[in-house]
Design a protein around this ligand. Structure first.
Ligand code: SF4
Length: 297
């Protein structure tokens, strides 16, 4: 199997390519993502010939016509990035990446919201905007979003599930496994976009996997939240309560209460539910949802 490839803002990997000849290493990226995936570094400002060290850049103009300008000189450097993008974007696409991790707040790499100079309206860095337009089906996050549990879940779920989906659709044997893929999505989809499973179900029944893929990306783009996980947990709780004994029912209810009171960690609660599922609800064992127990999450 090919390695899963991520394109990453180079300064996040500890390379001194920032305007001040320094880096901004991101722990989670360097420690966790680097062990699990192939990371391809990219630095739009350095690679486009703006030099090192160079003047710090700011985002000017507006959302329709953003400009990259020097903070002190106000020199318009947009052309450097645009010419670089014309050549580099097709090269990056040819690498068949599964996702991007981009430096937050940068006028080049920053995902929305980046502050425009002389405007209250936030925008998106020049490179990040092109990436988001060119690769809407891929997982894209900033290092800041990855510091947070549900930000990591959103990124990793989309990265791993879209990659798995594409693997399955690329072979005849894989296509036969797509109905199972759909069934195993249920709890994970509930934690992103409750209520959207019925829509996916419609396209799965028709075998319209092209539309299914687009709808799946939309479902996985929805923000996971604790309240949505609570719905998943209540659903599992009702199944487990009906099948377990008095002692286990009491223990489960007490654990849920302790979680709500902040005395039990998210993953500890998830693990308890997983143990209950192994014993009493094996039909839920193969849900993708349990990937959240992986240390990467
Ligand atoms: S934020 Fe982007 S452009 Fe700036 S140093 Fe990092 S990789 Fe280069």
């Amino acid at each position: 199997m090919d390695p899963i490839r991520l394109i990453v803002s180079r300064c996040l990997l500890g390379d001194a390519v920032r305007y001040d000849n320094k880096s901004k290493p991101a722990n989670y990226v360097c420690e966790n993502l680097a062990k699990a995936f192939e990371l391809v570094p990219v630095c739009p400002e350095f690679e486009s010939g703006l030099g090192l060290p160079r003047e710090a850049m700011k985002l000017c103009g507006n959302a329709e016509t953003p400009e990259l300008r020097g903070v002190v000189s106000n020199k318009d450097c947009t052309g450097y990035i645009r010419s670089w993008l014309e050549k580099r974007l097709p090269e990056l696409a040819a690498l068949e990446p599964a996702g991007f991790v981009l430096k937050s707040s940068s006028p080049s790499c920053g995902l929305y919201p980046v502050q425009f100079q002389n405007s209250d309206q936030p925008g998106t860095g020049l490179f990040a905007a092109c990436v988001a337009t060119a690769f809407p089906e891929l997982a894209i996050a900033s290092e800041k979003q990855l510091e947070e549990r549900f930000g990591r879940q959103k990124f990793l779920d989309k990265l791993l599930l879209m990659t798995r989906f594409r693997e399955l659709t690329s072979s005849a044997e894989g296509v036969e496994m797509l109905p199972d893929f759909h069934c195993n999505l249920k709890l994970c989809a509930m934690s992103h976009a409750p209520g959207r499973m019925a829509e996916l179900e419609k396209f799965a029944r028709r075998g319209d996997w092209g539309t299914y893929e687009r709808k799946l990306a939309v479902v996985l783009d929805a923000e996971p939240e604790q309240s949505k996980h609570n719905n998943v947990w209540r659903h599992l709780q009702s199944v487990l309560m009906a099948r377990s004994d008095d002692y286990e029912r009491t223990a489960l209810l007490r654990s849920m209460r302790e979680f709500e009171q902040g005395e039990l960690d998210f993953k500890a609660m998830l693990m308890l539910l997983r143990i209950g599922v192994e014993k009493y609800a094996p039909e839920y064992q193969s849900q993708f949802y349990w990937r959240m127990l992986d240390p990467l999450y």
